[in-house]
Structures are given as C-alpha cells and as structure tokens.
Design a protein around this ligand. Sequence first.
Ligand SMILES: Nc1nc2c(ncn2[C@@H]2O[C@H](COP(=O)(O)OP(=O)(O)OP(=O)(O)O)[C@@H](O)[C@H]2O)c(=O)[nH]1
Ligand SMILES: [Mg+2]
Length: 295
Amino acid sequence: MKTIRVLVFGATGTGKTSLCNTLTGISRPTDNGARGITAKSHVYEPFQAGDCKIEIIDTVGLHESARGTVPADQAVVELVELLENARDGFSLLMHVTRASRITQEHDDDYKFFVEKMTQGKIPVMLAITGCENEHPMNAWVQRNQEAFSRFSYKELVPTCLASGGPMEEFFAPLRTESRDQLLRSIIKNALAEPIKLYGAGTNSTFTEALTRIWNEFVMVTGLPEKYRRQVNESAYALMKRLGVPRAIADAAIKHIPDLLEELGNKTPVPHGGKIIRKLSELILHKISDRFRSNG
Ligand SMILES: Nc1nc2c(ncn2[C@@H]2O[C@H](COP(=O)(O)OP(=O)(O)OP(=O)(O)O)[C@@H](O)[C@H]2O)c(=O)[nH]1
Ligand SMILES: [Mg+2]
C-alpha cells in the first residue's frame, strides 16, 4: 500500500490541528485563545484512504516563541524534533492559512518549510480555513487565487474546519465536504514515495540538515541574535554555547552516530575530546542497559 506522509505547517491559530483532527477523526485539543496551543509536533496514527495509508504530522506555530508562548530552549527542541519526524521523509507539505490577507508569517513559513527545509523537493498545497461564510466555499479562492500565484502551490483548497458551539449543525456538513476535498487533493498531489531530507540514500546527515536550516529557523521564530549559528560552528558547539545542555543533550543523544561523524569530520571542535569521551560514555551506558534488560 502506498504511504503518504504529510507535514502540516502554518501560522499559529490558522487551523492546523483542526485540519489534522478533521482528516484523521481523532480529537486533539485546538484552541481559540490568544496563545498557541500545540506545543509540540505530533505524528497522528496513520489512517487509510482509498488504497493509501496516510500519516499526518501536525506542527507548532513557529512564530510563537517570539511571543513568549514557546520558550527559546523549547523552540530549539522543536526544530530537532521536526527533523526527527522528517526521518522517514515527506510526500507532501500542507500549508494552512486563514481566508484573509497574506501575512509576513505566511511568507516566512513558506520560505522556511518549502524552500529551506525541504529545498523545493516536495510538493506543497494550501488549505484555506474559515471559508464557511462563502457560498460556495471556493468563492474566496476564485476571487483571490491571483494573490497566491507567486507561490508554487499545487492546489488551493477552501475549507471550513471549525467544530462545536451553537453553529455545529452548520459546520458539520462543510467539514465533511472539506475533508473529502483535502483527501482528494492529498492523494492527487503527493509524491509516489516520501522523500528523505537526510540519512541513508541522501547526501546529507542529520547534523548537516540541522545546521543548514538553523539560522533560517532563528529568523522565522524570532529567537534572540545569539542563537544564530556562526560560520563553521558545529551543531554541538552551538548547543553548548547557548547553554541549553539538558533539553538538547536529551534530543542529541538519539543522534550519537551523526554527532560523532560530525565531530570526526570537523576539527578543531572546541572541547572535542571531552564531548567524544562523554558521548562514548553514553553509548557504553546504553549498550550496558540493553545487555542488562536482555539478560
Ligand atoms: N470559523 C472557523 N474557525 C476555525 C476553522 N478552522 C479552525 N478554526 C478555529 O480556530 C481555532 C484555532 O484552531 P487550531 O486548529 O487550534 O489552530 P492551529 O493552527 O493548530 O493553532 P496552533 O497549534 O496554536 O498553532 C479553533 O478555535 C478552531 O475551532 C474554520 O475553518 N473556520
Ligand atoms: Mg495546533
């Protein structure tokens, strides 16, 4: 069966989680408050549509850290986590936006996810939420599609993904219509196979991918200037300099082979010896843990 992996991104509060919930039929919390709700990326349980298995990955609104909802350390963890979720690759990108004017955040998100992170290799479509006031729903798209011509969206899909409240009776059929439209568009536009961004079969490692998009991420999230990676600064040196050892080390440990490879390739690395020693200890620790649990 063909597997389609869809990465959902877009500014905060545009309806990303609502879209994931509508597609999968799983209810994770959404929010209409002033602050973003989705604090972490989330990989939904895959579901079947036609003869495809679809896996949806929800993400946090990246601009939240600038407003203080997601602390800076957490934002860095988000990026590492985002790349971890990219390990199996993506077949399609789903940008989510409101039926309203195009914001700077919209441009920034597009640039980050479509151009920098996935380097234009993965098709992207646009889901437009809040189209419930239009009859038919695609009236807004028809009036505004010209404004999106500078992006390379395969398709603009008008949707209503709202749910609950006194309007639920009105929303429900529009949601069903939106779901059908989205699924059709996903199946039509997704690649035959997910494309990997790094790892085996690509010419990039995890750390290369991480360092390549780091500064773009700092820009998009509005993190302080000190987060910017300096020329030739290794990912590990950068993490150390930022003073976020706990959170990052936890995530980094999962990538020991990649990190070791980087440390081996790039000399001199400040405290390189110490780091390698520490990582070796961790590897030994892991291995001995495994022995103990097996024996
Ligand atoms: N009227 C209307 N409201 C919508 C629509 N889609 C989502 N909403 C509402 O918008 C609010 C935010 O939706 P979420 O799905 O949490 O948005 P999000 O993009 O996941 O937000 P973050 O995770 O904070 O980045 C919720 O109250 C939703 O019910 C829509 O098509 N029409
Ligand atoms: Mg969300």
